[in-house]
Write a protein that binds this ligand. Structure first.
Ligand code: SAJ
Length: 421
């Protein structure tokens, strides 16, 4: 039934998904507004960092199964994987989905399936179908004709972990939520092309909420760990020991405190729930607030350590103080600094007027945005030797290997449990 597919959005999810379809010999037309991404992919190369993906894209493009373009073309199924960021005030921004709807509407034809994959507030799939119906009054959509619709529409979220995307796209179970039974069945048939995990049917609203629930569940659990770290600090208890002891209970599994919650999903998606149901979503909101507060708390700890150093050196001022920040990435062993609480902490410390040595073994140079902020990228050894205060912000493997050296420093703040190793 599906010979030609179109993937709208060729980012971290869209490109690997498009490529996996292509690797199963489906003709895939990838569409993106970014001309650089389109050109790079058409040369058989990739514009993002993801293990295994480069080989797969090269084979798919050179085999003639994957092609990228700026303008949508007719296809049997359209999958939409565009960003859904939030605006000021934690309001979801659906403009990329609206733009995708506008772009594909002219090429839709009777019998097509449209699948939304972007993480979205509940009701977005219905909104997408509404936008499409307004643009194509000659076609019937599920909200008008149900099972008899000319165009079927479904919501099918991804749940892959960056760094393991190709493997997890194939092996993870997937929730398939059609606006109609027919849309669900068509979507299951489509994903069956490469997904080896279970394809579990539901409706579109439940599927939308399921994705948000998974990430909120993690956010709430991390917030509990972060709150415990504050409580234990106040009560002079080692939180890492406490958690490992509590986790020996057969039904307790507490996550790890850290510098805060970063990345593009867990720190964003819970707000989509809060935005729809502000009265009811109390834990969800509070978890966000607790996790967002954690980097501020870390900065306060660093400030207190700096004050301690200055009290011993009456002739010194802020500009004489050097702070080593170990880790900038949003989580261990990746090079992704976007939405990273560690970056926020480093910037805040630099804004106090002291010098910041950022030690981030997974990058070769500081991103342009961080240049000129008083932060300097340094090697671990020189940063440790020069620093008055050391703050461990990310538990990278390379820091675990050096833990004996790091813990020798007299003024060391460990917010990720490195010393519990
Ligand atoms: N973190 C902690 N303590 C922990 C675990 C994580 O502080 O015990 C922090 C990390 O350092 C990081 C943040 O949370 O700053 C998020 O990291 P993560 O590894 O929990 O998640 P992501 O953002 O890389 O990927 C998540 C995953 N969702 C869940 O595990 C429920 C992934 O499966 C989703 O596909 C992805 O979000 C997404 O795209 O939605």
């Amino acid at each position: 039934m599906f010979e030609t597919l179109s993937m709208i959005g060729l980012g971290y999810i869209g490109l690997p998904t498009a490529t996996l379809f292509a690797s199963r010999r489906k003709k895939v037309i990838g569409v993106d507004v970014n001309a650089y991404a389109v050109d790079t992919i058409n040369q058989g190369r990739i514009h993002i960092v993801e293990p295994e993906l480069d080989m797969l894209v090269q084979a798919a493009v050179h085999g003639g199964y994957l092609r990228a373009t700026l303008t949508p073309e007719p296809a049997d199924a359209f999958l939409i994987a565009v960003p859904t960021p939030f605006l000021e005030g934690n309001k979801p921004d659906l403009s990329y989905i609206a733009d995708a709807a506008k772009a594909i509407a002219p090429v839709l034809a009777k019998g097509n399936l449209v699948i939304l994959e972007s993480t979205s507030p509940v009701g977005t799939t219905e909104q997408l179908a509404q936008w499409l119906a307004e643009a194509r009054p000659d076609l019937r959509f599920p909200q008008q004709a149900g099972e008899e619709a000319d165009i079927q529409v479904a919501y099918c979220p991804e749940r892959v972990l960056p760094g393991r995307v190709v493997h997890e796209l194939v092996s993870n179970d997937r929730v398939i939520g059609g606006m109609t039974q027919k849309a669900t069945e068509m979507s299951i048939e489509l994903y069956r092309v490469f997904v080896e995990g279970a394809l579990v049917p539901t409706n579109a609203r439940t599927a939308e909420m399921c994705k948000l629930t998974e990430n909120s569940f993690r956010d709430v659990n991390i917030a509990f760990a972060n709150e415990l770290s504050l409580i234990c600090d106040r009560l002079n208890i080692n939180v890492w020991e406490l958690i490992s002891l509590a986790n020996r209970h057969p039904r307790v599994n507490i996550l790890q405190p850290g510098a805060g919650v970063g990345g593009h999903c867990i720190a964003v998606d819970p707000w989509f729930i809060v935005d729809k149901t502000p009265e009811e979503a109390r834990i969800v909101r509070l978890a966000r607030e607790i996790n967002d507060y954690k980097p501020e708390w870390v900065v306060e700890k660093v400030k207190a350590a700096i004050a301690g150093v200055l009290s011993l050196r009456p002739d010194a001022c802020m500009a004489d103080i050097k702070v080593a920040c170990l880790g900038l990435a949003f989580k261990p062993d990746i090079d992704d600094l976007r939405e990273s609480p560690a970056v926020g902490v480093a910037k805040k410390i630099a804004s106090l007027g002291c010098k910041v040595h950022a030690v981030e073994p997974n990058i070769k140079e500081l991103p342009a945005k961080l240049q000129g902020t008083g932060i300097e990228l340094s090697a671990l050894g020189s940063a440790m030797a020069d620093a008055d205060v050391v703050c461990v912000l990310v538990k990278h493997c390379s820091f675990i290997e050096q833990v004996t050296e790091i813990r020798k420093h007299a003024q060391c703040i460990d917010v990720v449990g490195l010393f519990a190793e």
